[in-house]
Every structure is written in structure tokens, then in C-alpha cells.
Design a protein around this ligand. Structure first.
Ligand code: C2E
Ligand code: CA
Ligand code: CA
Length: 749
């Protein structure tokens, strides 16, 4: 069913109003024009009639004068002489034609050829009767056709003169004649046509019956003409004047009509438009409303998604992706809270056990990482089953390293027996696929007695004990004590050594390639520091970077790394053809970032080595945002304006406030390996990685996946839209010479 158009009513009303008003106006206009025409026609007719009257009067006067003249001469001789002068061979009475006040011709009454004589004869007959009555007035004759033209004549009564003998003698007539055309032209009638009028000249016969049209400007009869009587003709003659195109001004009518039609159309369109406007507005508002609602919904979905993601992140940042266990950060947090309880309850006793599987690497290498993962998962389930519920803080520190927090255990002995129970759970073989796998673990135990120990220090103590246990052989349990500490490099010692490490040139840089997942070629590499400790051997950065950060030594270390990386970059730049394109990324700590001169320093290093922009890149974690956000934001902008791309490191594990991503412009996000190494199609990590990649794509940021360990990892990441990858699957961090070989060989993965 078609909806009634609400616009039609106002449109119809407006059009009607315009048409009615237009018609009235047209009517007035036409009436005015007609009145004007009428007045003009009347005036023209009057003037012309007057002019004709004047001419006739003049002719009358001429006839009168001549007659008087003839009379004054008083004799027939005179008359005859006069007549003879004009028409010599006759003395008969005749017609004296007068023109210009003079007798111009005389016709004999017997001369039948001349029309005027015919006329005269008629006149004679008429006037012979009249002659008896001797009328004293000259007579105006109605127009008569002579040859091709109409003439009018004014004729005097028969002129009777006396002879010398005294007899009265009829002498003839005196007449004036004028061609009608001349008369009318002089009256200006031929000019009427120029003014748009037609005219007609007519007269009534003596009996006043039907008017005879004598002359006129139009062939047809005039339509409702103005009739003007010529008074000097005893109202027998009259002029009729009418507009040539009729009284109705058609052109005016048509043009006005068209104008009204256009106005009506215009008004109609306007009214339609105005009437539609509320409708259009309503539709527009509805559309906008709908759009707003959609946007709103999308926003709330996005917010929800982000909240979900943040929740996952926060879980991920405290939990291990494989086992679902808390991680080291979470563990330290719980330990600190527990220490608080110890401080409040003297005699309350806690223990930290750090457990590491013996030769776990062998299992991984021989059975594959998936088997290793499976074993770890099963082992954790066994650990959980043998601990008291109140002890259930098991954390995964690293690959095969776990930590447990035992509450209120009363004595070191209790801790040791718990460790033994843990060890016993491993006695049974693990069923991995078709195989039975046996494994053992070593444990280091640190006890909390005062609650005032540093939590990290406690864990380090447990680690020291673990190292001791490992050196003692497999499946050992060692309780940390100060004596054990003596045997190993203490934290203080490590700190002291760290101070001298730069001078002693104990640091080296390893490089780990970053591969484009699309092309499979190396696009860059991360510089990773190693410390060759004279006693401890190779100390991994995990063990000394936090120490360096705490002591402020990180600043000179970072500067050393920057200098070293730039030197290396320059060497490679010179050694490789220009089409080998890559960058080196250097890790920056939050503390480095807080140095007022960090930008100047970096730009100086780049300049000193003459590196092209973009060849040096910086990796920072979200920790740089803690503290003064504005300072961090300004620094990031400055570095970017210097052409140094920034990589947001370890994304997903730290604070992972997604708002940072909007606020700070990073060029790359490095997705933390916690999400990456374990992505299989079933795991929750797929969702997280997907969400991060999408988020990054939305913000125009490229993604690098860390910890790519298998081909499957790589393929999954690629299909998720991740841009780059880094990890053991491609290459472990290796010495500069090894990377160089990879570059030279143009290795592709
Ligand atoms: P990071 O920035 O996340 O560096 C990557 C770490 O992941 C490296 O450990 C690397 O060896 C490891 N890794 C790479 N691929 C894989 C993989 O496929 N699987 C597994 N499980 N791990 C992989 P590394 O060299 O021990 O460095 C540890 C951390 O120490 C770094 O983590 C970084 O935060 C810090 N670090 C290293 N070098 C420096 C440095 O020069 N300056 C600063 N400030 N920190 C550094
Ligand atoms: Ca890094
Ligand atoms: Ca990282």
C-alpha cells in the first residue's frame, strides 16, 4: 500500500493560491491595458474626426468665398468669361471645380463623359428642385467614386445671376472637391496603423439606413470599434477605430499566464521541498541515530574486547601459558605478602623451593619440545597433588624451573621433607605418547625466618642453593645457608664485578635475526648482551640486568651496547652491498629512558658512526611509561622525529595498558614469547595473538612475534597476519660472525 504523500496538500494549496492571485492580477492587468487602448483609440478617433471636420470646414469656406466673389462680380458675362476661361466653347451652365480657392475646371452640363457632370446632373436634378427654393446653404455630398478614387465634394446651391437686362439667369454651381484619400491622410489616419490600430471610414446614405464603408485600413470588419461621428457632416460620416490585434491583449495574457504558471510551479516545488524537509530531517536524524547506535555498540564491543584482552594480559602477565601456573612475578608478589605475615607473627615459618629438572634439555632434544611440555604439565599435576592446599603457590620461573612457597612449616626439616615428597612424585615414569620417560629434579630451598629479607634475595638464595644441588649431582636438595653463599658469587660480588665488566671488556653482544614472515628474509636483528664472567662463565642477562638497573649501572652498560651495536652496524654497512637491508635493535631500560641526555647521546652515536636513519632501532617496555608519562611521551616523539623507530618490547606481559598504544606512537610491537611459543590452534593464546595483531593493524603498527620456536609457530603467526618473527626456529642469539654468514648467504626461512 502506497503511503499518502504528506507534501501534496500544502503543495496543492500553495499552487491554488498562486494561480488565483495570478489570475486576478492578470485580469487587472488586461483590464488596465484594455482601458488604455480604449482611451487611445477614442483619442485617435476624436483627433482624426476633428481634423476631417476642419478640412471640410475649410472647403466650405472656399466654396462660400468663391460664390461670394462670383456674386460680387454680379454678372453673367463675368461668370461666362470666367467659365470661358476654363472651358471655352460653351456658355452653358456647368460645374466650376474649385481647388486651392480657385476655379480649376468647368464642366458643361451636357458633357456626359465627365463623372462630375454625372454628378452634376444628379445634383442638377436634385438641385433644380432645390433651385426653386433657392437654398442658401452649400451642401456636402457623400463620397463618390471617380476613376480609381473616392472624392468628396461640397457644392453650392445653383448660382443665379442677373444679366444686364435684369433677367435672372442660372449660372451653374460652385463646388469644391477633395480626393477622400488626401482628406483622410491629412487627418493622420494612415498613421493609426503604426500605433497598432485599424480604422474605417463610413457614411450613412441620406436615409440613414445602412452605413457604407468607403475606406479602411483592414479588409475585414472591425471588432467592437470606437465610433466617432464627424459632426460637420450632420453626423452622416463617421470614423471607426479598433486595435489591430483586437481588444484582448493576447501577448500580455500569454506572457502573464506563463509567469503565473512558472510561479505556481516554483511555489509547488518550494512547498514540496518545505513539506518534505521535516520528513528528510526525520529520516536523517533516524539515520544518524542508527549510525550512532551502531558506533556505540561497536565501541562497547571494542571496550569489552579490550577489557577481556587486558584481563587475559593480566592473567598472562602473572601466569605461565603452558601450565597455567603463576609466574615469577606473581610468586614474588605472594612471597612478599607472606613475609608480611611472618613479620606480624613471630615464629611463623616459610620456605621457598626452587626446582629444576635434571638434564631436561636431553628430553627436549631427544623427544622434542612437545614431549618436554607434556612432561612438565604432568609433573606439575603431581606436585600439586602432594602439597598441602595452603602451600599451593607453585610458579613456573623458566622452561623447566619451578618454585613453590610453603606456608607455616615450623622448621627447615619440614621444608626438606616436602622437597623429598616432591622428588618422590617423580619416581614413577611419565607416560608420554607410547613412551615411559623418567626424570629427576634438583631443588634449592631458602627459609624465611624474620620476614625482613628481600624477596628477590630469598629467591636468589634458593637459586644459589639449587646451583649447589646441581653441582652435587642429580636429584639433590640443598637448603640455602650463608656458608653456601660464600662459595658462590654473592650479589655484592656480582655488583662489584659488574662495575668493572665494561673496562675489562667482559661483555659481548649476540645478535638474533628478526625475519619477515612474508619473505622469509632477515630484516633486522636484536642485540642481546652476554657477560663472560671470569669465574661464573657466561652469565645470562636475566641474572645481571635487573641488578644493573637497581644499581644504575645499566646506563653505562646501555651506552656500551649502543656504541658496540653501531660499530657493528657500520662494519656491516661497509661490507655488504647496499641492497642488503637490515637494522639492529637495542634494548633500552626504563632507567636509560630517564636520562635527560638520552636523545642527545643516541643522536651523537648515530652521527659518529654515520648510520643511515632507521638502521638503529630501540626496544623499550611499557615500564618506561611508569612515572612521568609526559616525559616519556615527549622522548618518544623526539626519538621518532630523529628517525629512530621504536619497538614496544614484551607486549602482553607487562602492564599492557592498551591505552598506551593509542597515546604513544610505536612502530612495532613485539609480542612476548609467552604467547607465541605455545600457540597451537586450540590454545587461548591464538585469540590473544590475533587480538594483538588486529589491534596493531588498526593502529598502523607492525608486529614482531618473539620466541618463534617451531615451523608450526611460524605458519600460525603468518596466517594470523603477524609481520615478523624472531626465535629459536630461525636462529638463537649468535655471535656477529654467525649473523654475518647468514646475511652473506642471504638465508631465507
Ligand atoms: P628480550 O628483550 O625479550 O630478549 C629476547 C630474549 O628471548 C633473549 O633472551 C633471547 O635469547 C630469548 N629468545 C629468543 N628467541 C627465543 C625462543 O625462540 N625461545 C625462547 N625461550 N627464548 C628466546 P636473553 O638474551 O637471555 O635476554 C633476556 C632479556 O634480557 C631480554 O629479553 C632483555 O630484556 C634483556 N636484555 C638482553 N640484552 C640486553 C641489553 O643489552 N640491554 C638491556 N637493557 N636489556 C637486555
Ligand atoms: Ca628485547
Ligand atoms: Ca622481548
Amino acid at each position: 500500500m502506497s503511503k499518502r504523500n504528506p507534501a501534496l496538500v500544502p503543495v496543492a494549496i500553495l499552487i491554488t493560491i498562486v494561480i488565483l492571485a495570478g489570475v486576478s492580477l492578470i485580469k487587472l492587468n488586461v483590464q488596465r491595458r484594455m482601458a488604455e487602448q480604449h482611451a487611445a483609440a477614442t483619442q485617435l478617433a476624436e483627433t482624426s474626426a476633428y481634423s476631417i471636420e476642419q478640412q471640410i470646414a475649410h472647403e466650405f469656406a472656399t466654396v462660400e468665398n468663391l460664390t461670394a466673389d462670383l456674386r460680387s462680380r454680379g454678372s453673367v458675362e463675368n461668370f461666362s468669361a470666367l467659365a470661358a476661361a476654363s472651358a471655352p466653347d460653351t456658355d452653358e451652365p456647368g460645374l466650376f471645380l474649385v481647388s486651392g480657392g480657385k476655379v480649376t475646371s468647368r464642366f458643361s452640363s451636357t458633357d456626359k463623359t465627365a463623372t462630375w457632370v454625372d454628378l452634376l446632373a444628379t445634383g442638377w436634378e436634385v438641385n433644380s428642385d432645390i433651385a426653386a427654393a433657392l437654398p442658401q446653404r452649400p451642401e456636402l455630398l457623400n463620397p463618390v467614386r471617380i476613376a480609381s478614387g473616392e472624392w468628396i465634394a461640397i457644392i453650392r446651391e445653383p448660382l443665379v445671376l442677373s444679366t444686364p437686362s435684369g433677367t435672372r439667369h442660372f449660372a451653374g454651381w460652385v463646388a469644391a472637391s477633395v480626393p477622400l484619400d488626401n482628406l483622410l491622410r491629412s487627418a493622420g489616419l494612415d498613421k493609426l496603423a503604426g500605433a497598432g490600430f485599424n480604422w474605417e471610414f463610413s457614411y450613412y446614405a441620406a436615409d440613414h439606413s445602412q452605413p457604407h464603408k468607403v475606406s479602411g485600413s483592414a479588409d475585414s470588419d472591425l471588432e467592437a470599434p470606437i465610433k466617432q461621428v464627424i459632426h460637420s457632416t450632420h453626423d452622416r460620416w463617421f470614423l471607426a477605430v479598433a486595435p489591430a490585434n483586437g481588444w484582448l491583449p493576447w501577448r500580455l495574457l500569454v506572457s502573464n499566464g506563463m509567469l503565473v504558471a512558472i510561479l505556481a510551479l516554483f511555489a509547488g516545488v518550494l512547498a514540496h521541498d518545505l513539506a518534505q524537509r521535516p520528513e528528510q530531517l526525520r529520516v536523517a536524524v533516524m539515520g544518524r541515530d542508527q549510525r550512532l547506535r551502531t558506533v556505540n555498540q561497536r565501541l562497547s564491543e571494542e571496550i569489552q574486547q579490550r577489557e577481556e584482552l587486558e584481563k587475559q594480559f593480566s592473567h598472562a602477565s602473572f601466569h605461565d601459558a603452558l601450565t597455567g601456573l603463576p609466574n615469577r612475578r606473581y610468586f614474588i608478589d605472594r612471597l612478599r605478602r607472606a613475609q608480611q605475615r611472618v613479620r606480624q607473627n613471630p615464629g611463623y615459618f616459610l620456605a621457598v623451593i626452587v626446582l629444576n629438572f635434571d638434564r631436561f634439555k636431553n628430553i627436549n632434544d631427544s623427544l622434542g619440545p612437545a614431549a618436554g611440555d607434556e612432561l612438565l604439565t604432568q609433573a606439575v599435576r603431581r606436585f600439586e597433588s602432594c602439597l598441602r592446599p595452603e602451600d599451593l603457590v607453585i610458579a613456573r620461573f623458566a622452561g623447566d624451573e619451578f618454585a613453590m612457597l610453603l606456608f607455616d612449616i615450623g622448621s627447615t626439616q619440614v621444608a626438606l621433607s616436602a622437597a623429598e615428597r616432591l622428588q618422590n612424585t617423580l619416581a614413577e615414569p611419565f607416560k608420554i605418547g607410547e613412551r615411559n620417560v623418567f626424570t629427576t629434579a634438583s631443588m634449592g630451598i631458602a627459609c624465611v625466618t624474620s620476614g625482613y629479607e628481600d624477596a628477590e634475595e630469598l629467591v636468589r638464595g634458593a637459586h644459589i642453593a639449587l646451583s649447589k644441588a646441581k653441582t652435587d649431582g642429580r636429584a639433590q636438595r640443598v637448603v640455602f645457608d650463608p656458608a653456601t653463599r660464600e662459595q658462590l658469587v654473592t650479589r655484592q660480588q656480582l655488583e662489584t664485578d659488574l662495575h668493572q665488566a665494561i673496562e675489562r671488556q667482559e661483555f659481548v653482544l649476540n645478535y638474533q635475526p628478526i625475519i619477515s614472515l612474508e619473505t622469509g628474509i632477515i630484516t633486522g636483528m636484536e642485540a642481546l648482551i652476554r657477560w663472560r664472567h671470569p669465574l661464573e662463565g657466561l652469565v645470562p642477562p636475566d641474572r645481571f640486568i635487573s641488578l644493573a638497573e637497581e644499581t644504575g649501572l645499566i646506563v653505562p652498560i646501555t651506552r656500551w651496547v649502543l656504541g658496540q651495536a653501531c660499530t657493528q652496524a657500520r662494519i656491516w654497512r661497509e661490507r655488504f652491498p647496499s641492497e642488503v637491508d637490515f637494522y639492529i635493535s637495542v634494548n633500552l631500560s626504563a632507567q636509560d629512558f630517564r636520562q635527560a641526555d638520552v636523545c642527545d647521546y643516541i643522536s651523537a652515536v648515530i652521527a659518529e658512526h654515520g648510520l643511515p636513519p632507521g638502521m638503529l632501532r630501540l626496544e623499550v617496555t611499557e615500564s618506561i611509561m611508569i612515572g612521568n608519562i609526559n616525559v616519556a611521551s615527549e622522548l618518544i616523539s623526539r626519538l621518532r622525529s630523529m628517525g629512530i623507530p621504536l619497538l614496544l618490547d614484551d607486549f602482553g606481559t607487562g602492564y599492557s595498558s592498551l591505552s598506551y598504544l593509542n597515546r604513544f606512537k610505536f612502530d612495532y610491537i613485539k609480542i612476548d614469547r609467552a604467547f607465541v611459543s605455545r600457540i597451537t590452534s586450540a590454545s587461548q593464546n591464538v585469540g590473544i595473538v590475533k587480538a594483538i595483531v588486529h589491534l596493531a593493524q588498526d593502529l598502523g603498527i607492525r608486529t614482531i612475534a618473539e620466541g618463534v620456536e617451531t615451523l608450526e609457530n611460524k605458519d600460525n603467526l603468518r596466517s594470523l597476519g603477524c609481520d615478523f618473527g624472531q626465535g629459536y626456529y630461525f636462529s638463537k642469539p649468535v655471535a656477529a660472525e654467525v649473523v654475518e654468514k647468514l646475511l652473506l648467504a642471504r638465508t631465507r626461512w
